[in-house]
Design a protein around this ligand. Structure first.
Ligand code: HEC
Length: 309
């Protein structure tokens, strides 16, 4: 089934992700001197807010591992992250720098603010990668109709920057840890932190940069072929599986290979990290849209269409 290798085009991105994931898996001495050893989240994921909260406030949270956020078309969104909790991309990047080891002395962050600004501007120019293998246009055209009937109401919205794409846990029914961990208390801690933070060149935002929503955003599906395994916690290996009722999805699989399964649209089951969907934060439940209304042939057509996004 595995027909392709995630090759040249993606290699630099995947390397960065793997290095970052490994960095997150190490015990971290926080900006405030506390030590926190997060569980291993595997390649391409981390428990970013758990790590940050431990590093900045000495308060580890519920374990809510999440895939790295969308790296492209960032300029289209006002609120970022899977629960739409952060308004300012600059604040997000400052938090990442401090969480990953930039020293904090009292309220003073020791980092080069101009570099964080430059990185933020550059990141807004990244565009989605094109599907690099063969695509059947006639099949994709039929798939477009299924997409419009089953998926577009949530995933395509002219108000992408607003909150129209946030869905309650009761609707989407995917693993709740990531949405629940960022509660009002966490939001308050971060907002106080960014109001008091001193970094030469940085001005605290006029409106609170962070909030708790308790929901998940229906992400833009541009470049979705490259985002496997799917859902915020990366618990569903292929698109065909996401279109399969949750009870029939794999209970465990491996992550970390670049081999790609074109037919089902997702990374092959291989690599050093065993993903166990029965452990906390890792459930492959929910998002059963299109699983029972479409035939297997229609699912293949839909997948062919998604490859064009
Ligand atoms: C009622 C709204 C809704 C409908 C309908 C819907 N989705 Fe989603 N979708 C969401 C939400 C919310 C998420 C984020 C859930 C999470 O990650 O826990 C999501 C996540 C996804 C993801 C994961 C993206 C990633 O980067 O991992 C894919 C792929 C996806 N949806 C495809 C589809 C397809 C295909 C359809 C149609 C068959 C569909 N969705 C129908 C709301 C919806």
């Amino acid at each position: 089934m595995v027909q392709a290798e995630w090759g040249r085009i993606q290699a630099p991105v995947s390397c960065v992700c793997i290095v970052a994931a490994q960095a997150y898996a190490l015990p971290r001495v926080s900006a405030r001197g506390a030590v926190y050893t997060p569980p291993r989240s595997g390649p391409g994921r981390n428990n970013a807010f758990g790590v940050l909260s431990a590093a900045l406030f000495g308060e580890p949270t519920l374990y809510g591992p999440a895939k790295f956020g969308l790296a492209w078309n960032l300029q289209q969104r006002t609120w970022v992250h899977w629960d739409g909790n952060t308004r300012s991309p600059l604040v997000r990047n400052l938090a990442a720098s401090l969480g990953l080891g930039a020293p904090l002395i009292g309220q003073r962050g020791v980092l080069e603010f101009a570099a964080v600004e430059r990185h933020t501007r550059l990141s807004e120019q990244i565009r989605p990668p094109r599907y690099p293998w063969k695509n059947d246009a006639a099949l994709a055209e039929r798939g477009r109709q299924h997409f419009e009937a089953q998926c577009a109401s949530c995933h395509v919205d002219t108000q992408a920057a607003g909150d129209a794409r946030l869905y309650a846990l009761d609707d989407v029914k995917t693993d709740s840890n990531r949405a629940r961990l960022f509660d009002d208390h966490q939001a308050e801690l971060y907002n106080r932190f960014f109001a008091a933070l001193e970094v030469p060149g940085y001005e605290p935002p006029r409106e609170p940069p962070v909030r708790s929503t308790g929901k998940y955003v229906a992400p833009d599906l541009a470049g979705v072929w490259a985002r496997s395994p799917y859902l915020h916690n990366g618990s569903v290996r292929t698109m065909m599986e996401l279109l399969t009722p949750a009870a029939e999805r794999a209970k465990a699989f491996h992550r970390g290979t670049r081999a790609y399964d074109e037919s089902d649209m997702g990374y092959a089951d291989g690599g050093p990290y065993r993903f166990d969907t029965t452990t906390p934060g890792n459930s492959a439940a929910g998002h059963e849209y299109g699983t029972t209304d479409l035939t297997v042939q229609q699912k293949r057509e839909l997948i062919e269409y998604l490859k064009t996004q």
